[in-house]
Structure formats: structure tokens, C-alpha cells
Design a protein around this ligand. Structure first.
Ligand code: FES
Length: 57
């Protein structure tokens, strides 16, 4: 599923960044993936996916 429509970032991309690259928050995630800097609508959902992935680990 696409989380960030502006940059074409999926929930899978975000989970991968958290699990394999150690992204623990939006700021760290954005070092690895372009998202959130156009309209910003995806930020809330991206944070939820980060939180859910960390809890699952
Ligand atoms: Fe992510 Fe617009 S949907 S910046």
C-alpha cells in the first residue's frame, strides 16, 4: 500500500527502513526515504507504521 503518494513510498519500504536500517522516527526515516516533504499528509501514517514495526520486533 502506498503511504506517501507524492514520492511513491510504500508501507513495505518503511518497514524495511525500520527493520534493516534502524530508522526509529520520522527524522531518521527521511534520511533514507524521500517522503513527507511535499504535502505532508503521509507523516501521521508513516509514524504509525514505524511504531507498529518497532512493537512487532
Ligand atoms: Fe507524502 Fe505528500 S503523500 S509528501
Amino acid at each position: 500500500m502506498f503511504v506517501c503518494m507524492c514520492y511513491g513510498v510504500t508501507d513495505k519500504d518503511i518497514r524495511h527502513a525500520v527493520q534493516n536500517e534502524g530508522a526509529g522516527n520520522i527524522r531518521e526515516l527521511r534520511k533514507q526515504l524521500d517522503l513527507g516533504s511535499q504535502c505532508g499528509k503521509c507523516i501521521h501514517m508513516a509514524q504509525q507504521i514505524i511504531d507498529a514495526t518497532i512493537i512487532d520486533e
